[in-house]
Design a protein around this ligand. Structure first.
Ligand code: C2E
Ligand code: CA
Ligand code: CA
Length: 665
């Protein structure tokens, strides 16, 4: 209701005193003034009463012949006035009534004073007292917060009483009447004028403070809305990735400090791409919303937080006491979606309703010191669930993980992956949006399981690193990339991801030099990507390798910048050709805070003398925003998905320019 007052307030504040007050605001002011008056009156009444009684001291000097009656009258009036009104205030009597009584009390107090004085034999002294009416006027106009009209009547009555008393009771001479009478008239005008000014000022203070209060509330509401926007997924209304990340970190800290266990559950809608293709995007969207809300109701019962993690993937974070409890909640979520009985005729298995696969991980099963590890574990469990014909729940188990069926299988797979032709490379171009040219393509490794399904590098790379298979695989990747470069001169360069395990093998630089020589590929066309999170700046073998590569003319890029702790020290200690800011920051740049953070990171990278690539660009909006931030080199699904070597060849041979890419137009 208050917010609607803003325009009224602005208009009212612009008015001058001659213009009538707005009725709505005047009513509000009156209500507020009455409240304030009630509070102030309590103290004021007792002050006035006390002064009135204390004046008996002056009576003792000036009119001592009536001192007994004077004391009696003063005490009686003082006490009646103080208690009478005090009790009414406490009882909550209407403040307009209190105000009238205060005013009446002042007039009666003065009348009683004059009556007392008139009884004295010391007429000349008594006459001196008559001028005290002006003090009563001040009390009425300045001491009490009286309304102008009430003050006018009060002061008027006091003046009239004075004239009547001076002329008829005291029979004062006309000199006295003129002198004291003009003092009265002067006080009458002056005190009323001040009363009027004070009331006007109080009204303006009220208007200003109300207006400030409304503005503050509006700012707070806008802030709340912004916060909601920046932490909410627009489609489902669930928390977005940033918000769930914050919550994850919060529970992780709690787990570290007080061992309060919690779980991460990842949920993926089975065959959702087929659903979208078959039923259309609109139905796909509404299906996401329905599923999100159904799962949300289960999660709310367990006091957890659910968020949208990506396209058709959801994340649940909640406190739980044991893996069994987590399994139970995860199963509840799966059943809830199944019970929705959403038709899905297009899926490639025998089921014809929508289902989800669920992977869960428990905080107690995490090695190392990173909350993200828990998400990776849940992701592995989710992968297991999908691999077990979907529509089921799998839990990550640390004790089994090292030798779990999957890891065991992957280990086995990796051992002979190259010989069995199970590994391949796909390529994702990196574009210069200023010139429209492709500046390089990133080589990404793919592994195929025995049943033909692809295994994500997020799963097999860590296993390969643990077993050491990464050295051979990485070596193979560099050779393959060189072959691709030889096959097509139009590909400007290829960047290969190299694991720290591989990089810290002594003589890595020389090894690359040998490979380049063997294949006859120019060093300037090979780029090595190193991930930031691996404390490279403290590893002397890695530092040697980076130096050797740079001397060779092979560019070294720092990958996933912003995800590890090494960030800053890395940039100051090692000279990279280019820094790739992690895609998390590009995705978070959809919000104002995220955009600011990304802008700051880009400035940081530029200030340390490095070029900058932004990866994971998925939408045209992101491209526009990144360009506004001065970004030049971009990579992501918006431009191209990772593609086969042949497709890259074709793209490069056509002299691909961004302008010819309809998506990027
Ligand atoms: P990365 O080096 O950060 O690679 C980029 C990853 O982002 C790739 O995932 C790529 O497919 C994905 N990507 C590209 N554009 C977008 C986008 O617009 N949105 C989203 N959401 N993702 C995008 P991929 O191929 O699954 O690789 C995952 C990680 O596995 C890589 O992250 C890299 O760290 C590692 N990896 C891949 N190939 C190799 C390799 O040959 N050797 C080593 N040591 N690690 C590799
Ligand atoms: Ca990379
Ligand atoms: Ca990366």
């Amino acid at each position: 209701m208050h917010t609607d007052l803003a325009p009224l307030l602005d208009a009212e504040l612009a008015k001058n005193w001659r213009q009538p007050r707005c009725a709505t605001l005047a009513k509000l002011y009156d209500a507020q003034r009455r409240e304030a008056q009630r509070d102030e009156a309590r103290l004021a009444i007792w002050c006035v009463s006390a002064l009135y009684v204390l004046f008996a001291a002056a009576d003792a000097v000036l009119i001592n012949d009536v001192i007994r009656s004077a004391i009696l009258v003063r005490v009686m009036i003082g006490l009646t006035y103080g208690f009478g009104i005090g009790i009414q205030i406490r009882k909550g009597v209407r403040s307009s009534l209190i105000e009238l009584q205060c005013a009446l009390g002042v007039v009666l107090g003065y009348a009683a004073w004059l009556t007392l004085t008139s009884l004295s034999e010391h007429t000349s002294n008594a006459l001196l007292y008559t001028s005290y009416g002006t003090v009563f006027m001040m009390v009425a106009n300045l001491f009490y917060n009286l309304r102008f009209r009430v003050a006018l009547v009060t002061s008027g009555s006091i003046t009239v009483i004075f004239f009547i008393a001076a002329a008829f009771v005291f029979d004062a001479g006309h000199h006295f009447l003129v002198a004291t009478g003009s003092l009265y008239l002067l006080s009458f005008v002056l005190t009323l004028f001040i009363n009027w000014k004070l009331n006007l000022e109080r009204y303006r203070v009220f208007l200003n403070s109300l207006s400030a209060e409304i503005r503050q509330r509006q700012a707070r509401e806008r802030g709340d809305q912004l916060l909601k926007l920046s932490t909410t997924d627009a489609l489902t209304g669930l928390a977005n990735r940033r918000a769930t990340d914050d919550f994850l970190q919060e529970l992780w800290r709690e787990w570290k400090s007080s061992s309060t266990p919690f779980a991460v559950i990842l949920i993926d809608i089975d065959y959702f791409k087929m659903y979208n293709d078959f039923y259309g995007h609109q139905k796909g969207d509404s299906c996401l919303v329905t599923v999100a809300h159904a799962m949300g109701s289960v999660v709310a019962r367990h006091h957890g937080k659910i968020g949208r993690f990506g396209g058709e993937e959801f994340i649940v974070i909640l406190k739980a006491k044991s893996p069994d409890e987590v399994m139970q909640i995860a199963e509840e979520i799966r059943l809830k979606v199944q019970d929705l009985q959403i038709e899905h005729e297009a899926r490639s298995d025998h089921i014809s309703i929508l289902t989800v696969s669920v992977g869960a991980a428990f905080s107690a099963d995490v090695e190392g010191n990173k909350a993200e590890r828990l998400v990776t574990n849940a992701d592995r469990a989710l992968y297991l669930a999908k691999d077990s014909n979907r529509n089921c729940v799998k839990m990550f188990d640390q004790r089994l993980s090292a030798d779990s069926e999957t890891t065991g299988n992957i280990k086995e797979l990796l051992r002979s992956a190259i010989a069995d032709n199970r590994v391949s490379l796909v390529y994702q171009p990196i574009w210069d949006v200023k010139s429209g040219n492709m500046i390089a393509a990133e080589a990404l490794m793919r592994l195929t399981a025995a049943n033909g399904s692809p295994i994500s590098p997020a799963i097999f790379v860590p296993v390969a690193e643990r077993t050491g298979a990464i050295v051979e695989l990485g070596d193979w990747a560099i050779r393959e990339a060189c072959k691709e470069l030889l096959r097509c001169d139009a590909i400007p360069a290829i960047s290969v991801n190299v694991s720290v395990v591989q990089l810290s093998k002594p003589g890595f630089g020389e090894h690359v030099a040998d490979l380049l020589l063997e294949k006859g590929v120019s060093a300037s066309r090979l780029i090595i990507e190193i991930t930031e999170g691996s404390e490279i700046d403290e590893n002397s073998a890695v530092l040697d390798a980076i130096r050797d590569l740079s001397e060779l003319g092979v560019r070294v890029w720092l990958d996933d910048f912003g995800t590890g702790f090494a960030g800053l020290s890395c940039l100051s200690k090692i000279r990279f050709d280019t820094v790739k800011i992690d895609r998390l920051f590009v995705q978070a740049s959809d919000t104002r805070r995220g955009a600011k953070l990304l802008g700051d990171m880009m400035t940081l990278v530029a200030n340390s003398g490095h070029k900058c690539i932004l990866e994971g660009v998925e939408t045209g909006d992101q491209v526009d925003r990144l360009k506004q931030h001065g970004a030049r080199f971009l990579q992501g699904y918006y431009f191209n998905r990772p593609m086969s070597g042949e497709a890259l060849n074709l793209l490069a041979r056509k002299g691909a320019k961004l302008a010819t890419n309809p998506l990027a137009a």
